[in-house]
Design a protein around this ligand. Structure first.
Ligand code: ASP
Ligand code: MG
Length: 442
């Protein structure tokens, strides 16, 4: 079979009729065989979530009102997207079926499986509308139902092998087709029900398909020109990163380098498929390529994550004792609260969490182990780059740049590609700007 590429377009890239036309242009600008993954039109999934919320509360009137408004939105979209009456009618009939389904759901007793069905409507509608639009343009393609091959196991985890086993025979039976369109986000669970890969999961779909079908590249198209070396909303000057290794990208992803869904990287990494982040508004721009090789040594990017809570447990009983850390970690495990950073001294340990749901309970259970101090409103600043932990020069520049900042924690050596700092959020802008100048000369 010929090698294919994956092109994924998010909600904003298909959220307006003119943007959808632009996507049609982008996917036909070369003759490479491809699988195109689409999100729902921007805003749709949020709206579907609110329908489920209204039904959960038993507020059918509210649900119906939201559905009616969404229906109008799609009618307008169809009128703008298509010009020929035959295709307009075809699209109206398709969309009417989905709204009929939503209307039926409001009348039967609501449950979680039904909620997943509601959430799936967005991607089903966007891909079908896009397909009709391609038809109107005379562009040959095949709509592949993601529910026929995209699956999660009993632990709600997708498995590349299981997806491959279903996807490859489908692709092989359409050897002559060069353009496939499919839904992001949606899948079937182990019970065969409609389910999804969680919010923002279309990137994950793209990466899973790219891995399962051994694609040449997994292109993620958004309206930003790739990952930047620093947060453009916070500092004056940033630049796109041309090449990142999977490991570097994974370090950055946690920090809500928003353009890439954090969990979406592993399938592509496992099968060594490069992931390209490209900009629909600037299709010629190089964007960012994430691949096996880092491309260069040194600092690539600085990323920050707010809303961090630091917890310090101080106890002389920790001195020379074993098992102390285990007891502390068990408290976090009990409350299913992930720890992000850890630093220790002989008599104290500091950890950070970003989920405060069980903070009170955690603190209460830690108190028997020592004095517990909690600092709210902290920010993790992470400096990511290939082998930076081995580059002496970077550390000296780093601490030189940070002289005016009250650094609360430093995590160094956990990975070769990362140095992380914890600072009070009030100092975030200052820190990012100082590092931008100190490490990038920007
Ligand atoms: N439509 C889904 C969401 O909004 C999936 C995605 O866009 O990636 O979360
Ligand atoms: Mg998205």
């Amino acid at each position: 079979m010929k090698q294919m590429k994956v092109m994924k377009f998010g909600g904003t890239s298909v959220g307006k009729p003119e943007r959808m036309h632009q996507v049609a242009q982008l996917i036909t600008s070369d003759s490479e065989p491809k699988i195109v993954v689409l999100s729902a039109l921007s805003g749709t999934t949020n709206t579907l979530v609110s329908i489920g919320e209204a039904l959960l509360k038993g507020d059918k009137d509210a649900a119906n009102a939201i559905i009616e408004k969404l229906d109008i939105h799609y009618q307008q979209f169809i009128n703008e997207l298509l010009t020929n009456d035959v295709y307009r009618q075809k699209a109206r009939n398709i969309i009417a079926e989905h709204f009929e389904f939503l209307n039926i759901i409001t009348r039967i007793s609501f449950n979680e499986a039904l909620n997943k069905d509601i959430l799936a409507q967005g991607e089903l509608m966007s891909t079908k509308l896009f397909s009709v639009s391609l038809e109107e343009k005379g562009i040959k393609h095949l709509l592949l139902p993601a529910l026929d091959f995209m699956s999660i196991d009993a632990n709600d985890e997708p498995q590349v092998n299981a997806i491959r086993a279903k996807l490859m025979p489908i692709l092989r039976s359409h050897e002559d087709t060069k353009l496939f369109i499919t839904q992001g986000y949606i899948c079937r669970n182990a019970r065969g029900e409609v389910d999804n890969l969680k919010r923002g999961g279309s990137d994950y779909t793209a990466s899973l398909i790219a891995a399962a079908a051994n694609c040449s590249v997994c292109e993620i198209w958004t309206d930003i020109d790739g990952m930047h070396n620093n947060d453009p909303r916070v500092v004056n000057k940033t630049m796109p990163i041309e090449q990142l290794s999977f490991e570097e990208a994974a370090e950055l992803a946690y920090f809500g380098a928003k353009i890439l869904h954090p969990t979406c990287i592993w399938p592509a990494q496992q099968e060594k498929v490069p992931v390209k982040l490209l900009n629909t508004m600037q299709p010629e721009a190089a964007g960012t390529t994430i691949m096996q090789e880092a491309g260069s040594v040194g600092v690539k990017a600085i990323a920050a994550k707010d809303g961090i809570i630091a917890i310090k447990i101080k106890s002389s009983r920790m001195l020379l004792a074993y098992g102390f850390l285990r007891k502390i970690f068990e408290v976090f495990e009990k409350y299913r609260t992930p720890i992000d950073m850890i630093t220790t001294s002989e008599v104290a340990v500091s950890v950070t969490i970003d989920n405060a749901s069980f903070l009170k309970e955690i603190v209460k259970e830690l108190e028997p182990f020592g004095t517990v101090e909690v600092d709210l409103d902290q920010t993790i600043v992470s400096i990511v780059g290939n082998d930076i932990a081995q580059t002496q020069d970077i550390l000296s520049k780093l601490f030189e740049s940070l002289k005016p900042v009250p650094v609360r924690m430093v995590s160094y050596g956990g990975s070769k590609h990362n140095v992380s700092l914890l600072i009070p959020s009030a100092h975030k802008q200052q820190t990012l700007q100082l590092l931008n100048t100190g490490l990038f000369g920007l």
